[in-house]
Design a protein around this ligand. Structure first.
Ligand code: MG
Ligand code: ZN
Length: 360
């Protein structure tokens, strides 16, 4: 991993050239990593044209492109893809937070926690699903939802928003009630039945878990509306939880599922929901001034193509696959340190760049 060499963070200025200004390296205090699962350039393009040629993502000043392949597989899944972001290593498909030799890796979220930053995971899937899981759990198979939930209890993560209540409350592999254990650890625990998200009051005095569904949250087309709301509240909450900064990963999880279903309308709706999230996060980052925001995808899903529709201004979306593809995906960055994310990079470099910029 030599990506950190690209960053002029460790340049020492020799005495002879003391009067040469040192390179200005802006370091972020906070990092928000936004992952659009399955969001290739075609998905972004579909959202753009379906929305009058305008997206919040367009405001990001730095853009790059990224390879996404897994260890020994050209086409990655979300587990290996998220482990690359979380830990900076290639691993086998299906693996959560372990390297290719099945050794535990120390994730950027765990590192942030160890350095006193507050941490959070927000997703529109269950919080034990592959993408969020790779930042906080270490298991050989992404299907081990209960083991992933148990790993979450080993951390002091400050904020969790997503589905998957079942894996905490109604476990089949042991008799633990992780909801009670979370409460014993001091968490405020709420769910979609007790408190719908917009009504939820966020007191930063206690860490918080909000479950948006018993298993997987609804798609946007079926009425899920809370992800942009979570994007407003999560950064403010995390900022209050530590004066050392925060790390937040927020995922638009279901762009991928719409791609697997080859449902073009749903792809566009999930893409625009994620772009609404981007808008809220950008509002926070502009106001805050110390937050680096990175947007990327773990892979493309569906082999989506944009073709000319029947009317001259209409779009026909067609799919060539019901699985992921190995197409390069976009990277966007805003804020201190964003310059590091231009050009062509590998998904593992996202980790190394974040780590260097946070000074870990
Ligand atoms: Mg995902
Ligand atoms: Zn997928």
């Amino acid at each position: 991993m030599k990506s950190w060499l690209l960053l002029p963070l460790f340049i020492s200025i020799s005495p002879q050239i003391r009067n040469v200004p040192e390179p200005v390296v802006q370091r972020p205090k906070n990092i928000i990593l936004l992952i659009g699962d399955g969001m290739g350039l075609s998905q972004v393009s579909a959202g753009l044209y379906a929305n009058g040629k305008k997206l919040n993502i367009d405001q990001f000043p730095v853009t790059g492109i990224m390879t996404t392949h897994a260890y020994r597989n050209l086409v990655t899944d979300s587990a290996a893809g998220a482990t690359a972001f979380a830990c900076g290593c290639k691993t086998k498909n299906g693996v959560i937070g372990l390297d290719s030799k099945m050794e535990k890796c120390f994730s950027i979220l765990e590192d942030a926690e160890a350095h006193g930053l507050s941490t959070g995971l927000v997703a529109s899937c269950s919080i034990t699903h592959a993408t969020p899981a790779a930042f906080i759990a270490h298991v050989e198979s992404r299907t081990e939802h209960e083991a992933i939930a148990a790993d979450i209890l080993k951390t002091d993560v400050d904020l969790l928003i997503g589905g998957g209540l079942k894996y905490f409350k109604d476990r089949s592999n042991d008799s633990r009630n992780l909801l009670n254990e979370l409460q014993d650890k001091g968490y405020t625990v709420s769910d979609y039945e007790g408190q719908p998200f917009p009504a939820l009051t966020f007191s930063a005095a206690k860490p918080l878990v909000w479950f948006g569904a018993y298993e997987e949250p609804l798609s946007v087309t079926k009425g899920r509306d809370w992800l942009p709301q979570a994007a407003i509240k999560a950064p403010v909450f995390l900022k209050q939880r530590s004066d050392k900064g925060f790390f937040l990963m927020l995922e638009g999880s279901q762009i991928d599922w719409a791609g697997h279903a080859n449902d073009a309308n749903r792809v566009v709706k999930e893409m625009l929901d994620f772009d609404a999230v981007v808008g809220k996060i950008l509002d926070f980052a502009k106001e805050d001034g110390q937050t680096l925001v990175i947007i990327t995808a773990d892979h493309e899903t569906g082999g989506l193509a944009l073709e000319q529709g029947h009317a001259h201004d209409s779009l026909d979306l067609t799919f060539s696959s019901t699985y992921h593809t190995a197409s390069l995906v976009p990277v966007y960055a805003y804020g201190p340190g964003s310059e590091s994310f231009s050009g062509v990079m590998d998904n593992t470099e996202i980790y190394w760049k974040m780590k260097a910029l946070l000074g870990f």
